[in-house]
Design a protein. Structure first.
Length: 120
């Protein structure tokens, strides 16, 4: 079935998340999200215990904290975050925009699942 519709972001901590895949043929199998983090923001440190995650930075820059180690990330970089890896983000003077792909989806509202454990 062809469908054209509007999707709207939801805010989780500093993450403005627009879910692209729910209620489609990949819903429940994979998550595909467009995420924005405002300038001068610091996210909580968290992990996904069931979901493997790949992000691709579209615009901006940030410090990604992965298992306690800081990494500068900029547009054009890919970050692979296996399940159970603790992570968070700290933006500077510019907004960070990235695409996030997860298997299984981190947020699956249809099945009432949210794979996010906040650690700090």
């Amino acid at each position: 079935m062809v469908r054209i519709d509007s999707i709207h972001p939801k805010l989780f901590n500093v993450f403005q998340v627009t879910q692209i895949a729910p209620d489609t043929f990949v819903g429940g199998v994979a998550g595909l999200d467009y995420i924005r983090i405002a300038p001068k923001s610091v996210s909580e440190i968290h992990r996904h215990n069931q979901s493997d995650n790949v992000i691709y930075v579209i615009r901006g820059s940030a410090v990604a904290v992965l298992n306690g180690t800081e990494h500068e990330i900029v547009a054009g970089m890919r970050v692979v975050i296996p399940k159970a890896v603790t992570h968070g983000f700290r933006t500077g003077d510019e907004e960070l925009e990235f695409v996030s792909i997860q298997i299984p989806p981190i947020l699956d509202e249809k099945n009432n699942l949210f794979d996010r454990e906040i650690l700090g």
